[in-house]
Design a binder for this molecule. Structure first.
Ligand SMILES: *Cc1c(COP(=O)(O)O)cnc(C)c1O
Length: 230
């Protein structure tokens, strides 16, 4: 059985390899250690290895762990978010990756205004039109971006996707490539209030391919923390 420290070192190495393969600078890749379902002690162990960015997918879980851990952790909210839960994370998350409807964006905007902050967000996209997954369809994106960009106290930084699981990570490549093309297209729209330069994609089984195709944030859970017990 590998230790957390060995697994973390292996992930770091795999990031470097993917960067070398694709001619990218490893400093452009921001690893989010997805700590959902793992206790604060495990997060502390990964923090002690130097990791500062952590991701959670449930609002109350993030809010509960937050006071138990060092203040310089940079928290990313990556899961489906109900409007009535925004209040739990508005002052804790440094970015919300999973904005998938206008009403949610309005609530984040309203809460951000109350807290006098500007919240960076990503719009979640569902290119494969998987009915079990959240996210805007490709053809909805421009309208959604325009409407959300007009809301105060938000900054749209890019796109996020949760791809389907494939046994062979190579099978994820076409989707990641389409996401990068969509991000570049959205950047060209130059919608005021947007800075479309971040792409959140790739998880434990396919983050290497995601890096090769342009991810700036990768979200890695089980490869660092081990298997989650629900
Ligand atoms: C759990 C989760 C991850 C990490 O998944 P692993 O396969 O454990 O790496 C990434 N993104 C989201 C949105 C998640 O919910």
């Amino acid at each position: 059985m590998e230790t957390i420290s060995e697994r973390y070192a292996a992930i770091r190495k795999m990031i470097e390899v993917a960067c070398e393969k694709s001619g990218r600078d490893a400093s452009q890749i921001k690893l989010i250690a997805v700590s959902k379902n793992f206790p604060a002690e495990d997060i502390q162990a990964v923090y002690d290895l130097g990791q500062r960015r952590f991701g959670e997918n449930r609002a109350q879980e993030m809010a509960a762990k937050y006071p138990l851990l060092p203040q310089d952790i940079v928290w990313h909210f990556i899961g489906r978010l109900q409007r009535n839960k925004v209040k739990y994370i508005i002052d804790k998350a440094s970015m919300i990756h999973s904005v998938d409807n206008l009403d949610l964006a309005k609530e984040i905007s309203r809460q951000a205004m109350m807290h006098q902050i500007r919240m960076p967000i990503l719009l979640q996209v569902n290119l494969e039109q998987e009915t079990t997954k959240a996210g805007f369809q490709e053809e909805e994106l421009k309208t959604a971006l325009t409407a959300i960009a007009a809301l105060p106290n938000l900054q749209i930084r890019g796109l996020m996707t949760i791809g389907p699981f494939h046994d062979d990570p190579e099978d994820a490549r076409p989707l990641f490539r389409r996401m990068k093309a969509l991000l570049d297209q959205a950047a060209q729209w130059q919608i005021p209030g947007t800075a479309m330069d971040q792409l959140s994609m790739g998880m434990s089984h396919d983050f290497g391919v995601a890096i090769e195709e342009g991810a700036t944030f990768i979200r890695v859970g089980s490869s660092i923390f081990g298997y989650r017990i629900y």
